[in-house]
Design a binder for this molecule. Structure first.
Ligand SMILES: Nc1ncnc2c1ncn2[C@@H]1O[C@H](COP(=O)(O)OP(=O)(O)OP(=O)(O)O)[C@@H](O)[C@H]1O
Ligand SMILES: NC(=O)c1ccc[n+]([C@@H]2O[C@H](COP(=O)(O)O)[C@@H](O)[C@H]2O)c1
Ligand SMILES: [Zn+2]
Length: 290
């Protein structure tokens, strides 16, 4: 049997998910297809993680995280590889994205060597904290090891940030992202970016010194079936009593109706607030000027 040479990858998408839409889930499918066809199938995507932002992000119209997480859980019931992780949403403060990535670094163990074409995540298991510490001490990338549990090899999972091109281009918005965080995201973790109309990620990367330096770590997945669905449009349609069927799963639509989540009032949430990353940055600038 052919031995595994593929690098296991987990994809993590940050965002408001206010609410989750079918396009959010499409992002993962597009990214996985893209990575599986990159560099002769070098990568094997084993897990997708949706990490809804905390309420403290203070974005206009953001409804409580418990609802955004619940809707994502309902939407992902039909996926066998994408899950929602509430860790970020449960923090008392807004978390910078690089810190969310650091938090989710994972280690996986294939239960057996698998055929190159196998894409299921079912043969992977996440190793314990204790095992992780042991492996961390002993190596950096690929580990060969036999064990009493019957598995043969342990891999460090590569964790990559998954986003739409609007988020990539937001790297250029003054005071929104710290330079060293961008460098860590693209340099250490890696980025998978899905095209969005009105954006030109290739040009954006070309014009950025940091992004060009790490362009080997940035994967651009092209969506040929253009879909400009956004959560903003869904909330707008709801406020106007328009149908949102087929834009999000029925289970999510039922949840929204049952809890009457999106109203004219909910859209006013945080309307007098500054987005938390901008607030943090202005605090730093004020401290420096004092
Ligand atoms: N139609 C789309 N095409 C490509 N990427 C998308 C699309 N919709 C959302 N994304 C990506 O999904 C992630 C989560 O985004 P977010 O929660 O902001 O959703 P959104 O639909 O853009 O919502 P909003 O309209 O409130 O900004 C981001 O990386 C964003 O770029
Ligand atoms: N400096 C940072 O780490 C930083 C800045 C702005 C947005 N973000 C993240 O990007 C995502 C953007 O989401 P929205 O497009 O819904 O605003 C959120 O998860 C947010 O936490 C991170
Ligand atoms: Zn958005």
């Amino acid at each position: 049997m052919k031995m595994v040479t593929r690098i296991p990858v987990a994809l993590l998408a940050c965002g408001s998910f206010n609410p989750i839409t079918n396009m959010h889930m499409r992002l993962f499918e597009l990214a996985r297809d893209h990575l599986h066809h990159t560099d002769k199938g070098r990568y094997m995507v084993v897990e997708g993680i949706i990490s809804p932002v905390s309420d403290k992000y203070s974005k206009k119209g953001l409804v409580p995280a418990k609802h955004r997480v619940a809707m994502a859980q309902l939407a992902l019931e039909t996926s066998d590889w994408i899950r929602v992780d509430p860790w970020e949403s449960e923090q008392q403060q807004w978390s910078e994205t690089v810190k969310v990535l650091r938090q989710h670094v994972r280690y996986s163990v294939p239960l057996a060597d698998c055929p190159a074409q196998q894409q299921s995540s079912t043969f992977m298991k996440t190793v314990s904290e204790r095992e992780k510490k042991y492996w961390e001490k002993s190596q950096n990338s690929l580990i060969e090891k036999s064990s009493s549990e019957g598995w043969q090899r342990t891999f460090l999972l590569e964790l990559k940030l998954l986003c739409g091109a609007d988020v990539l281009e937001s790297f250029g918005t003054p005071d929104l992202w710290r330079k060293e965080h961008i460098e860590e995201i693209v340099g250490k973790f890696g980025l998978v970016c899905v095209s969005r109309s009105g954006t030109d990620p290739q040009q954006f990367i070309h014009e950025s010194d940091i992004l060009s330096k790490y362009d080997h770590n940035i994967h651009l997945a092209r969506e040929w079936i253009q879909n400009e669905l956004s959560a903003t449009q869904v909330r707008r349609a709801l406020r106007r009593g328009k149908s949102i069927k087929y834009l999000l799963p029925d289970s999510v639509i039922d949840y929204i109706k049952q809890h009457n989540i999106y109203t004219a009032d909910s859209e006013q949430a945080n309307s007098s607030e500054t987005l938390q990353p901008l607030k943090l940055q202005s605090t730093v600038v004020n401290l420096l000027n004092d």
